[in-house]
Each structure stands twice: as structure tokens, then as C-alpha cells.
Design a protein around this ligand. Sequence first.
Ligand code: MG
Ligand code: ZN
Length: 183
Amino acid sequence: MDQRRAVFLDLNGTLVTPILVEQLTDLRLIDGVQEGVGRLCRAGFVCPVVTVQSKIEKGLFSEAEFHTWFEALARSMVTWGTVLTGPYVCPHRFATPCMCAKPQTLLYERAAADHGLSLSGSFAVGDTAADVEAAKRFGGRGCLVLTGYSARGEEASRAKRFASYTGRTFGEVVDWILKQEAA
Ligand SMILES: [Mg+2]
Ligand SMILES: [Zn+2]
């Protein structure tokens, strides 16, 4: 049986901006993301969103509020067959020891089990070292995008040793992934 493959998507700094906000309603889609996710979906990839939302444990918003906001975002992107899957959420603070925070692979494994995905054939796109390290740990390929946290040099240089590819924009990363497919 053929397993489907995924492009796991980080949320903050990869799909939406700015990175430091108090309210979910301040977040906006980054230019080119809508079109890029659409291209991945039409190429047959499942696109699960895997995200750390520390503000849930900090009490700035609830898990239910986050899910409501995410559903509205996903609905707003449903054009030309664009489907966001998930979200798979770590609600913990960075200082809280947990099993789900990136670069641990629990949330990716959960998405793979839910949707019958091959992890080794999958990609992850993100703006931090944790995103691309997670991809390496689950046996897939990590793509760093130089938006969000990696718009600053230090995070990008920490991340690059885990990344199979680094792109300036989400669209460049999508181009690279689709080129691997064609090769
Ligand atoms: Mg991020
Ligand atoms: Zn967690």
C-alpha cells in the first residue's frame, strides 16, 4: 500500500507573522504562503501544521481559542484545493519538560498515524533550528525558511546544519520540494 507523504508546516514565522504577538487576531499570512501551500496540496502532499503554542500554558489564550482561530485561518485558505491538516499542538512553555515540543518527533508521529503518512518520504518547513532538527530526527528532510526567527542571523546559522535546504521565502522552499519530486 502506498503511503502518502507530508510537508509538515510550522505556523509562527513560517505561515504567519509577526512572531511576537499578544493576540491571535494580530497574526497575518505571510506573502506567498497561500499559493505555496496550494501548490504542495495539488502535488499530492498532506500538509499538517505542527506548532508550539507556549502562550496556551502561559494563559494568554486557551487551547479552544487557538483551535477556533486555526479553523478560521484554514477556512480562509481553502481555494484551489488548499487544505491545512491538524493542527498538532504543543501547548507547553519552553521551560516545561514535555514529550511534544520540537525537535521531539511525537506530534509528527501522531500526524503520520492519523493520516497514514510515510515519515521518511516527508519534509518539514520551519523558521527555527527545532523545526529542521525534528525533520532530521524523524528521518525526513528539513527545509529552513529565512522568515520569522531566521530573519535574524543567529537562529539561521544554528538551524542550517540540520537543514536539507534553505530558502529565502516559502515559495522558494516549495520550488525546491517540487523539484526533488521531479528528479
Ligand atoms: Mg516558527
Ligand atoms: Zn509540549
